[in-house]
Design a binder for this molecule. Structure first.
Ligand SMILES: [Zn+2]
Ligand SMILES: [Zn+2]
Length: 302
């Protein structure tokens, strides 16, 4: 468990890895979605994903002690070999995730838009075996078109599972992975990077795991995908509020967004990413391919 007085905090030094705060991460995200939804052309959609975040918060709180990290020897072995200790590729998903999914779906059904209702109803009667297959496709496979509507909800439940487990690890005992784009906890890709503005991490850039909400430090002006520092270019939408920018790389032709917390202290990586889809269109049109997924990109059905 992480002690609030662990060495990395008491010295005031910026940690290389920041684990998620399980009691506030999804709630703060829901509030950020609510705020973004107020004056946005996609307000209804953002509001719905905000409700999904709030349902994730409730599901995580309800899961209590059902979600436990791997045994000490497994963690030590991962540290020694510098592999993610809760790797999506090998971690045995606890069966309680089915209940977490049902809790989230049940919450959303109370007041769901017509299009989403059909998908949510279908999820409630999907067999446990099929749910496990969908989870495997979401995390390790190539999702098929027919699964697309259901997968964001599967991913939402998986985010609860992996976030809870990540929050119980000891950040100071975790090594960074060789690639900037590999989460040191679960091995997933980052959704965006954030320039933090508060506390010992102020001014530093962290990337944010799309699955477990862990953040790890990556130097400024460095391509998160390939590490190139020569051909990195910033893009932003004209007349925008300056919160979201995109950093493209001429070496590997990928891009990742950069969320600037100094512009608004309440920014959230997942919410501010979805609220800035116009930026994705701009950088896609310039010929770059997005490097990390946002699992809550719910289709037009909502
Ligand atoms: Zn992760
Ligand atoms: Zn690159």
């Amino acid at each position: 468990m992480n002690s609030p007085l662990s060495a990395q905090h008491s010295t005031g030094e910026a940690p290389a890895i920041v684990l998620p705060e399980p009691h506030s991460i999804f709630l703060a995200r829901a509030e950020r979605f609510d705020a973004l939804a107020l004056h946005h052309s996609l307000g209804e959609w953002l509001g719905f994903v905000g409700r999904l975040s709030r349902a994730q918060h409730k599901a995580l709180e309800a899961a209590g002690t059902d979600l436990t990290p791997p045994a000490a020897e497994t963690l030590e072995r991962a540290r020694k070999h510098r592999i993610p200790p809760v790797s999506v590729a090998t971690f045995q998903r606890p069966l309680v995730w089915h209940d977490i999914l049902r809790n989230i779906v049940g919450d959303l059904l109370e007041n769901a838009p017509i299009g989403a209702r059909e998908t949510l109803d279908a999820l409630l009667v999907t067999s446990a075996e099929e749910l496990d297959k969908l989870a495997e496709k979401q995390l390790n496979g190539e999702p098929e078109r027919a699964d697309m509507a259901r997968l964001p909800y599967i991913a939402a439940a998986m985010q609860v599972v992996f976030t809870s487990i990540a929050s119980q690890l000891d950040a100071s005992a975790l090594p960074l992975m060789e690639a900037h784009s590999t989460c040191p906890v679960c091995g997933s890709h980052p959704v965006v990077s954030v320039i933090r503005s508060e506390g010992p991490v102020a001014g530093l850039r962290y990337v944010h795991c799309t699955l477990c909400n862990t953040e790890w430090q990556v130097p400024h002006a460095t391509c998160v995908s390939c590490g190139d520092q020569e051909r990195v270019t910033l893009h932003e939408v004209d007349g925008d509020d300056g919160i979201a920018r995109a950093e493209s790389c001429g070496a590997c032709e990928s891009y990742m967004k950069l969320i600037v917390q100094g512009r608004n202290v309440r920014v959230d990586p997942i919410a501010d990413d979805l609220a800035s889809v116009a930026l994705d269109v701009l950088v896609d049109d310039a010929g770059f391919v997005r490097s990390g997924p946002n699992y809550l990109l719910i289709g037009t059905e909502a």
